[in-house]
Design a protein around this ligand. Structure first.
Ligand code: GUN
Length: 310
């Protein structure tokens, strides 16, 4: 297989197929969830909390619940109105913290502006933080020699794709475009943990294009439609596109289509590897969520089974 330094083969980069990879992982999870059920008499359980009526959030939440049903994870859901109070939302989180059938809790972000997101994320039990957004989990991710209980799903999905396609990471130069708490920051820590030399490029960075063009691995998570053009990319680089940006398209019934942060057509001619949008990182995010939930359930159920009876 080509390495990330090799120039793109004729016909362009190898396409990293996130959809197919996620399907494989989901099959592995279905086997694991069924083994958990046989051994402990309980299925892994995931609670998803949706606040307000954002169309994109509602779509993500629907997909997450369907994915749970497909692999044998029991899903629990709470939908709250846009004007819910912080205390009411905290109460819902607390109830799921105390519910033994729930092994993972996910509060879909973003939350309405009047709610203190930090306070809500901090309230999720560490053992149930399948999003990996709790400061203790993020802190452990950032520290050498520590392992978080959970790693955030989209960053974990990016690394999983690089590994499954045998893209070398150790000693390579990785550039992360974007510094969000959900993707940019944790994926930078993950890459550093794999011994890449990591630079984070953000809205205030000077010479962003030149820095990106030095990357062996480029993770684009800036939320700007097709911002990364071919001259931002080193020949042969592995390009992971996390963006999902709607752009007007009159040929679609919805009136729009989704594109990534990378100008796919031109960049695929230059890169060594590239993820498409859709069908790249997106399906991996859900697969990693299912994996986190299943692993969390196993950890808790194993511990309970081995505890001496009181
Ligand atoms: N909103 C966009 N991505 C995510 C995610 O991975 N988790 C949660 N909870 N909300 C999101």
């Amino acid at each position: 297989m080509a390495t990330a330094e090799a120039p793109a083969a004729a016909g362009g980069a190898q396409i990293i197929d996130g959809k197919m990879t996620a399907e494989l992982i989901r099959k592995e999870i279905a086997v694991e969830a069924s083994a958990i059920k046989s051994k402990y008499g309980k299925s892994p359980g995931l609670a998803v909390v949706l606040v307000g009526s954002r169309g994109d959030s509602a779509t993500y939440v629907r997909s997450k619940k369907k994915a749970c049903a497909d692999v044998g994870i029991e899903s629990f859901g709470t939908e709250l109105p846009e004007d819910v109070t912080e205390e009411e939302l905290l109460k819902v989180v607390q109830e799921y913290n105390e519910n033994d059938a729930v092994h993972g809790i996910l509060v879909q972000l973003p939350l309405p502006k009047h709610i203190n997101e930090q306070r809500i994320l901090d309230a999720i039990s560490l053992e149930k933080d399948v999003d990996g957004f709790h400061p203790f989990n993020i802190g452990s991710l950032a520290m050498r020699g520590r392992q978080p209980l959970y790693t955030s799903c989209t960053p974990k999905g990016c690394l999983e794709l690089l590994k499954r396609y045998s893209v070398p990471i150790s000693g390579k130069r990785a550039v992360v475009l974007g510094r969000s708490n959900i993707v940019g920051m944790p994926v930078a820590h993950l890459l550093q943990g794999e011994d890449a030399t990591v630079t984070v490029v953000h809205s205030k960075t000077k010479d962003a294009r030149e820095i990106c063009a030095e990357a062996d691995i480029l993770i684009a998570a800036i939320g700007k439609a097709e911002m990364v053009k071919a001259d931002w990319v080193k020949p042969g680089a592995a390009v992971i596109d996390v963006g999902t940006n709607p752009i007007p398209d009159e040929s679609k019934k919805s009136g729009y289509r989704l594109v990534g942060d990378v100008a796919f057509k031109e960049v695929r001619e230059k890169a060594g590897y590239i993820t498409p949008v859709p069908g790249g990182v997106g399906p991996m995010t859900i697969a990693m969520l299912l994996q986190n939930c299943t692993e969390g359930a196993k950890r808790v159920l194993e511990k309970a089974a081995s505890a001496p009876a009181s």
